[in-house]
Design a protein around this ligand. Structure first.
Ligand SMILES: Nc1ncnc2c1ncn2[C@@H]1O[C@H](COP(=O)(O)OP(=O)(O)OP(=O)(O)O)[C@@H](O)[C@H]1O
Ligand SMILES: Nc1ncnc2c1ncn2[C@@H]1O[C@H](COP(=O)(O)OP(=O)(O)OP(=O)(O)O)[C@@H](O)[C@H]1O
Ligand SMILES: [Mg+2]
Ligand SMILES: [Mg+2]
Lengths: 227, 227
């Protein structure tokens, strides 16, 4: 599904150059559930943004579904992204001017799904996340945890091949957090590949493998027999 | 310090009326450290926004430092807020166009602190939160956890009488989370009153009391002998 070779990402500002990722070599196979952990600022979101084709690496190679994409343009990346990837952003990235329904519907519009099917799939996703009662609210009218559940609904509504989730339970109490994890596990058992960043050791264990990042490089990987 | 009497908050949108808080009667004494817990959407942030004079209740009374403030105007509330309260928002609310230093400096500008003292206090707060190396970055150039540490720095820089913190460790790994808690505990021991919303049972225990909310009302309060 995804493979990186000596991946590097360097951010430059007027003052300083930050190496967010340094020689990262990982492979994520179709159908895996991989967790990523590491201290604040170690490069987890940066890695997820690159794996999700939202940003280009500074150096190195990135293979996505057998294409080498490290130097793809935004247009080329957008096409691959819309057809294959669902994303839960760490800061939700909901569109304030759109209602909950319209936010969750967006991925289906890109896929050209018709109105009746869109309505059905959106309702299904909102009910699954128990946020249907807020369907006509705007993001600013929701609590932090409710916004996070809308973000997860949007990521799963198009039934993508790959879900990239950046701390999908960060704003949730443990009951809601467990619900999100059981939904992700269910999707993974049905064949969806999942890469999840988390600070929770308990939730990291849901994956069949944990990649630990530190200061921009992979320090260890823990395997369970599953793969 | 703060007392509420039959506090209610109702949000109305075109479609529906939501009672976010219903007959909340709580008192927070000077020097206490109180935690608030409850499921997603139960009214924690709404309560903190009202206690922090950022929003007016729909009904009931609110006493802040012996003033009855439920019907105060925004101007009156802003004055009391700027002089007494430090706030850590659940969604950070950092100003994107300002650097980390300028964001943290803001409360001191409102208090009329001179340039030299501002610089000294800002440096102290950033060093305490181990984020000094990002002083000239903009919020968009920081990781989620780094933004959260900036938000905590801004809340403590003016040494306010009261700190209201809405999940101050939500985006942090356990090491950084523990650091924030030890800073809050230190401030509390020096006399700062703290009200903290958290989903973490471990961190909730740092308070001398835990208020549990459910569907907009207080269901239980757990006391330790301290007060
Ligand atoms: N501006 C608003 N307009 C309408 N309803 C709102 C608004 N803000 C919050 N609500 C509703 O009020 C209720 C309480 O929200 P609040 O943000 O206080 O929850 P919370 O306990 O902080 O939850 P979380 O743990 O998810 O952050 C929720 O049901 C939410 O949908
Ligand atoms: N746009 C940017 N410009 C400059 N530096 C950046 C930018 N975005 C991130 N960084 C830096 O790159 C490093 C990695 O950031 P990243 O967001 O990937 O961390 P993270 O592991 O997700 O942390 P957290 O757990 O706090 O979310 C950080 O040191 C951060 O300051
Ligand atoms: Mg991150
Ligand atoms: Mg909240």
């Amino acid at each position: 599904m995804i493979r990186t070779a000596n991946l590097r990402k360097i951010y430059t500002t007027d003052e300083v150059e930050t190496t967010a990722l340094n020689n990262v070599n990982i492979e994520i196979k179709q159908g895996e559930f991989v967790s990523i952990m590491g201290p604040s600022g170690c490069g987890k979101s940066t890695l997820l943004n690159i794996l999700g084709l939202l940003d280009n690496p500074s150096d190195g190679e990135l293979f996505f579904l057998d294409n080498e994409v490290a130097k793809y343009s935004e247009r080329q990346r957008a096409l691959l992204r819309k057809e294959n990837i669902g994303f839960v952003f760490q800061s939700f990235n909901l569109i304030d001017e759109l209602t909950v329904t319209e936010n969750v519907e967006l991925p289906l519009l890109y896929l050209g799904v018709n109105t009746a099917d869109r309505k059905k799939k959106v309702t299904e996703a909102l009910e699954r996340m128990e946020i249907m009662h807020r369907a006509n609210h705007f993001p600013q009218q929701l609590s932090g945890g409710q916004q996070q559940r809308v973000a997860v609904s949007r990521a799963i509504v198009g039934n993508p091949k790959l879900i990239l989730a950046d701390e999908p339970t960060g704003n949730l109490d443990s009951a809601r957090g467990d619900e999100v994890m059981s939904i992700l596990t269910g999707l993974n058992e049905a064949g969806t590949t999942i890469v999840m960043v988390t600070h929770s050791p308990t939730y990291a264990e849901y994956g069949n493998r944990i990649i630990h990042l530190f200061d921009g490089h992979v320090v260890t990987e823990n395997y369970k027999e599953k793969f």
